[in-house]
Design a binder for this molecule. Structure first.
Ligand code: NDP
Length: 285
């Protein structure tokens, strides 16, 4: 039976550390890391994510601002807000909650956020830096996954690592981070042939596809570390991952649950990035 990787526990430990560093920063420099979050429209899931981010900021002692903009917000208004926040000294990190309403261009907003304040690490400057292994910020979800793997004591060097999913925010950066830790990395997607054959080779399997319970025990190697990034809402309203937890947990050595695995880490890594941004802007890092 697999050992469950407790994302809430790892996240709580990290938040304690972040909180104490925040207090130290305040004592020494009289500033608190500042995060601005922008949300446009009424998407229910996005509203929950934003309010969780707001609560997390308060929990570790950050300064935060949330801009809840109406669905009808125009592109130039949104860009003007980002521009103002780029220049605001109280704000070290800026995040625009995606997806945006269809009439708004996400790409333009990402490009507008100053790379020094891009705590989601979506700006091409920051994604490019990840490619060359010289980065200030890592995208929150893949960075959280790395912390969870680390928490198991698994040495990634030389391991067969398989990432299922190749999105810009999860799959691709995840593959780069595993590669930087000397994993032998394969990235799978919807056109991959013989997926089961590939996933069954994985010592470390990271799944981020958005398909409920898609990865069964027959697709997993005995003793693997299995990280389930997926978040899918079932018909009964329950949250479930991309991995069939019930069967895979009997075969894997370590597995993340959904909820309570990767999810809690994502916001924690956002807090971490905001602290890093604040230190960089204060020129103490
Ligand atoms: P995307 O929809 O952007 O990407 C999904 C990826 O999965 C694509 O690369 C797609 O391939 C691949 N895929 C889809 N179906 C299959 C299949 N049958 N076999 C193999 N690959 C397949 O999703 P995201 O990366 O944004 O998110 C993935 C999941 O992770 C979602 O459930 C999302 O909710 C969750 N998530 C969770 C977070 C957290 O904090 N826990 C944060 C971010 C995401 P192709 O490129 O060929 O289309």
């Amino acid at each position: 039976m697999a050992e469950i990787i407790d994302g809430k526990k790892v996240s709580a430990q990290m938040r304690e550390q972040i909180k104490s560093e925040t207090e130290e920063l305040y004592q020494k420099y009289g500033v608190r890391p500042g995060l601005a979050v922008i949300i446009v429209g009424d998407d229910p899931a996005s509203k929950v994510y934003v309010s969780n981010k707001e609560k997390a900021c308060a929990q570790v002692g950050y300064y935060s601002e949330v801009y809840r903009l109406p669905e009808a917000t125009e592109m130039d208004e949104l860009l003007a807000l980002v521009d103002r926040l780029n220049k605001d000294e109280k704000i070290n990190g800026i995040l625009c909650q995606l997806p945006l309403p269809k009439h708004l261009d996400e790409e333009q907003v990402i490009l507008k956020i100053s790379p020094e304040k891009d705590v989601d690490a979506f700006h091409p400057m920051n994604t490019g830096k990840i490619m060359i292994g010289d980065y200030d910020f890592l995208p929150c979800t893949p960075a959280g996954v790395m912390k969870l793997i680390e928490s198991t004591g698994t040495d990634i060097t030389g391991k067969e690592c398989v990432v299922v999913g190749r999105s810009n925010i999860v799959g691709k950066p995840q593959a780069m981070l595993l590669l930087q830790k000397n994993g032998t990395v394969t990235v799978c997607h919807s056109k991959t042939r013989n997926l089961k054959e590939v996933t069954s080779r994985a010592d470390i399997l990271v799944v981020a596809i958005g398909k409920a319970d898609f990865i069964g025990a027959d697709m997993v190697k005995e003793g693997a570390v299995v990280i389930d990034v997926g978040m899918n809402r079932k018909a009964d309203g329950k949250l479930t991952g991309d991995v069939d937890f019930e069967s895979v947990s009997k075969k894997a050595a370590y597995i993340t649950p959904v909820p309570g695995g990767v999810g809690p880490m994502t916001i924690t890594m956002l807090l971490q990035n905001t602290l890093t941004a604040a230190k960089k802007q204060l020129k103490i890092l």
